[in-house]
Design a binder for this molecule. Structure first.
Ligand code: ADP
Ligand code: MG
Length: 681
C-alpha cells in the first residue's frame, strides 16, 4: 500500500481544527485536560476521524502498526503546542481509539483480521499481575565496558542484544536496568458475554495484552469494549523453538469498561408503549407469573418469587455500608421435581443470566481463584458469581460446591464482593448478582422430620443468606399427579404449551431491563405495615418465651420483595399491597422450612443454627442428665439415661434414643464402654 499523504500532518490538523457540535475544539481541550490531570493518552472517537477524513480513518484501521506511531508523533506535537512543559515531561503520548464503526462478535475474530484494528466486546475472566516490560534496553559490554544505548525491544519474548561489541568484538552483554526503559504490562482474558452466547455454545475467549496506562483499568468481571490490533503470537516450546501453530492475541489500543448501567438492552418506542400498557394492567402479576417457565406445571409461589428476583429490590448505600437489593432464592427438592428446568429457564430470560453447576465450570468455581498460567505467571480468574455481576446467577446442585468456594460464598452473598489474596494477587471483585440455587436433599429425599439444615449439605451461615427457601417434595397426590401428567402428556403430544405465555420471554427480558430503571421508595403506609408485622412477630416470640420468630434479615428481605413487586408494575412507590404480598410469600416459605414441628411455631433458629429451639432444649436436657449420671457413677448408662428421660421428663423413648444416637454421631457424646456414655469435653 502506498500512502500518498503525510499522515502526521493530517492528524495534527484534525486535532487542531476538529470542532464538536457545540463548536468547541474537542481535542485541543482534551490535550489541555491531559496536561492538567497528568494523563498519558488521548482518546479519539473514530466517528470524528471519519467525519474529518475518511481516508485517514480507513488507513488507521487497516494498517494500525504503521499509522499509529505517526499519529502519536502528531498528537505529541500538538501537545507541545497546548502544554509545552507537560509534553517535555512525558515525552510521548498514546493515541487511543474508541467507537469504531463495527463491533465484531468475539468468536468472529480470526486470521482475516490479522494486523488490523478491530473492536469487540466481552467480559474479563482472567487478569495476570502487572509486570514491567522492557521496551528500550541499554547494555554494557562485560569485557570492555562499552555502552550500547537504547536498543529497541520488539515483540520477541527474548531480550534483543547487539550482536558484537563494536569496540572489542566480543559478545557478552549486561543489561543496565536503570538506563533502560520499561512499561507496565498485563495480560487479560476476554470471554464472550453470557448474553452474546449462541444457545448451547461454550463461550470463546481471547487473550489480550494491555500496556502502560491501560493496566489495571479493568478487572475480572468487568464488561469491556476492546479496541486493538489482531496479532499472531508464536507458541514457543522450550528447546524446540517456535511452532507453526500460532495463538491469536490482541495488542490493545484501548479498553473501555461498560456497564455502569445494569443492561444495555435496546428498547424501541413501540416496545416502551407496550411495556407501559402491560404494566398498568391490574392482572400484571398473574401475567408475569404465568410467563415464568410455562412448561413447568404449578409451583405458584416459586414462580412468584422468581418474578420478584428478576426485578429485584433497590440496593442502598448508607454511611459507607452497602445493602443489597438482589434477592436470593434456594430450592431444595427431591430429584425430578423440575428444579434444573426452572433454573435453566431463569438464566435464559434474565438479562445477564448465567447457569452453572455447584462445582463451577472453570477452575475459578463459583467465586474466584488465583491460577498458574502456562508460562508460570499467576493470574486472577473470575468465577460464576463475578461473571454474573449485575445479573442473575443460577447455580444448580449448589450442595456440591467446592470447599474453597464455601468460605468466599458468605462474602459474595451478603457484601456482593469476592476478595482474594493469594500468589501475590490481592483483589476485590464485584459480584452484585441475584442467586437462584437448587440443591438435592442430603439423604436423597427430603426428610420432613429433620430440619432444613439437616436436609441439605450446606452450612447454616450460607442458608441464612437466602431470602426465600423453598422445599419441593415429591409426594404422591392423586389429583395433582393427574394434572401434572395431563400437562406433560399434552406438551409431548402437541409440542405446544396449552396456552401461550402472556408475555413471551424475549419481551420479558426487555420489560425487566426497562423496569430496573425505576427505584421505588417505601410509602409511609407500607413502612408501617412492615414495622407492625416485624414487631408483632418479635413480640410473639418474646411472650411465649419461645423461638425467635423473625430477624432483621427477614425484615430486609420483605423490603426487597416489596420493592421488586412495585418495580414489576413500574411504580415508584411501594404500596401496602406490595408489602402484603411480600409478607405472604415470606410466610409461606418460612412455614415450609422454619416451621418447628414440635412447638408448632415458626422458628428462624432452624435456619440460623440448624436446630429448632425445642430440639436444642431437648439436647440440652440430655446433656444435663448425662452430666448428672457422670458425676454419680463416672459415666452414664444408656439404659438409665433413657429411663430417666422417660420417667422424669416425659421424653418419648424412641425420640430420646434417636437424639442420643445423633449426639454420638455429632461427637457431643461418646461411648466409653459399650452401653456407657460420656460427654466429650
Ligand atoms: P431436578 O433438577 O429437580 O432433579 P429436572 O429439572 O431435571 O429435575 O426435571 C426432570 C423432568 O421432569 C424434566 O424433564 C421436567 O420437565 C419434568 N418435570 C418435573 N416437574 C415438572 C412439572 N411440575 N411440570 C412439568 N414438568 C415437570
Ligand atoms: Mg437437577
Amino acid at each position: 500500500m502506498e500512502i500518498t499523504f503525510n499522515i502526521a500532518d493530517k492528524f495534527q490538523s484534525f486535532l487542531r481544527t476538529f470542532r464538536s457540535e457545540d463548536g468547541s475544539f474537542k481535542y485541543r481541550e482534551q490535550l489541555l485536560q491531559i496536561a492538567s490531570l497528568g494523563l498519558k493518552s488521548i482518546k479519539v472517537s473514530f466517528i470524528d476521524l471519519r467525519i474529518y477524513d475518511e481516508e485517514l480513518a480507513i488507513y488507521a484501521q487497516r494498517y494500525p502498526s504503521r499509522v499509529l506511531p505517526e499519529l502519536e508523533k502528531a498528537a505529541f506535537d500538538q501537545l507541545k503546542v497546548e502544554a509545552r512543559d507537560y509534553a517535555e515531561k512525558i515525552r510521548k503520548i498514546n493515541v487511543r481509539f474508541k467507537d469504531l464503526i463495527e463491533t465484531f462478535p468475539l468468536r468472529k475474530i480470526c486470521v482475516d483480521h490479522l494486523g488490523q484494528l478491530v473492536q469487540f466486546e466481552g467480559i474479563i475472566v482472567r487478569a495476570t499481575a502487572v509486570h514491567p516490560l522492557l521496551i528500550k534496553a541499554t547494555f554494557a559490554c562485560k569485557v570492555c565496558g562499552h555502552i550500547s544505548e537504547s536498543i529497541p525491544q520488539e515483540e520477541s519474548t527474548a531480550i534483543a542484544t547487539p550482536t558484537i561489541c563494536p569496540n572489542c568484538k566480543k559478545s557478552s552483554w549486561k543489561l543496565l536496568e536503570d538506563r533502560s526503559e520499561f512499561i507496565n504490562y498485563q495480560e487479560l482474558r476476554i470471554q464472550e458475554r453470557p448474553e452474546d452466547l449462541p444457545p448451547g455454545q461454550i463461550p470463546r475467549w481471547i487473550d489480550i495484552v494491555v500496556t502502560d496506562d491501560l493496566v489495571d483499568t479493568a478487572r475480572p468481571g468487568d464488561n469491556v469494549v476492546v479496541t486493538g490490533i489482531v496479532k499472531a503470537k508464536p507458541q514457543i516450546l522450550p528447546g524446540r523453538g517456535g511452532l507453526r501453530i500460532f495463538n491469536l492475541t490482541v495488542e490493545t489500543n484501548n479498553i473501555e469498561v461498560k456497564g455502569k448501567e445494569p443492561e444495555q438492552i435496546e428498547i424501541t418506542v413501540e416496545e416502551e408503549e407496550r411495556i407501559r400498557k402491560i404494566a398498568s394492567d391490574p392482572g400484571i402479576y398473574e401475567k408475569l407469573k404465568a410467563s415464568i417457565a410455562p412448561a413447568i406445571y404449578g409451583y405458584d409461589d416459586i414462580k412468584e418469587a422468581i418474578v420478584y428476583m428478576l426485578f429485584g429490590g433497590v440496593p442502598i448505600t448508607v454511611g459507607g455500608n452497602q445493602i443489597r437489593g438482589d434477592i436470593n432464592i434456594l430450592i431444595i427438592g427431591d430429584p425430578g421435581t423440575g428444579k434444573s428446568q426452572l433454573l435453566q429457564y431463569v438464566h435464559r430470560v434474565a438479562p445477564r443470566g448465567l447457569y452453572t453447576h455447584g462445582r463451577g465450570t472453570t477452575a475459578a468455581g463459583l467465586t474466584a481463584a488465583v491460577v498458574r498460567d502456562k508460562g508460570g505467571a499467576m493470574a486472577l480468574e473470575a468465577g460464576a458469581l463475578v461473571l454474573s455481576d449485575r445479573g442473575v446467577c443460577a447455580i444448580d446442585e449448589i450442595d456440591k460446591m467446592r470447599p474453597e468456594d464455601r468460605v468466599a460464598m458468605h462474602e459474595a452473598m451478603e457484601q456482593q464482593t469476592v476478595s482474594i489474596a493469594k500468589g501475590g494477587i490481592v483483589a476485590t471483585l464485584n459480584a452484585r448478582a441475584s442467586i437462584i440455587a437448587a440443591a438435592n436433599p442430603a439423604f436423597g429425599r427430603y426428610d420432613p422430620l429433620r430440619t432444613v439444615a439437616d436436609n441439605i449439605n450446606l452450612p447454616v451461615s450460607i442458608l441464612s443468606r437466602f431470602d426465600l427457601i423453598f422445599v419441593l417434595r415429591d409426594k404422591p397426590d392423586k389429583s395433582l399427579d393427574a394434572r401434572i401428567a395431563e400437562h406433560v402428556l399434552m406438551l409431548h403430544s402437541t409440542r405446544e404449551l396449552p396456552e401461550a405465555p402472556p408475555i413471551e420471554s424475549e419481551f420479558l427480558r426487555k420489560y425487566i431491563a426497562y423496569a430496573k430503571r425505576i427505584n421505588p421508595k417505601l410509602s409511609k403506609e407500607a413502612m408501617e405495615r412492615i414495622r407492625d408485622f416485624y414487631l408483632k412477630m418479635r413480640a410473639l416470640s418474646e411472650s411465649s418465651g419461645s423461638p425467635i420468630a423473625i430477624t432483621v434479615r427477614q425484615l430486609e428481605s420483605i423490603i426487597r420483595l416489596a420493592e421488586a413487586r412495585a418495580r414489576a408494575a413500574l411504580r415508584d412507590t411501594v404500596t401496602v399491597e406490595d408489602t402484603e404480598a411480600a409478607i405472604r410469600l415470606m410466610g409461606a416459605t418460612l412455614e415450609q422450612v422454619g416451621f418447628d414441628i414440635a412447638s408448632g411455631k415458626i422458628d428462624i433458629d432452624i435456619i440460623m443454627t440448624g436446630k429448632p429451639k425445642s430440639m436444642r432444649d431437648k439436647l440440652q436436657l440430655i446433656l444435663s442428665v448425662v452430666s448428672k449420671l457422670e458425676k454419680e457413677n463416672g459415666m452414664a448408662g444408656k439404659d438409665d439415661l433413657v429411663k430417666i428421660l422417660e420417667e422424669e421428663y416425659g421424653m418419648d423413648k424412641t425420640e430420646s434414643v434417636k437424639l442420643i444416637n445423633q449426639m454420638l454421631k455429632e461427637g457431643t457424646l461418646y461411648e466409653h464402654r459399650p452401653g456407657f456414655l460420656k460427654k466429650t469435653m
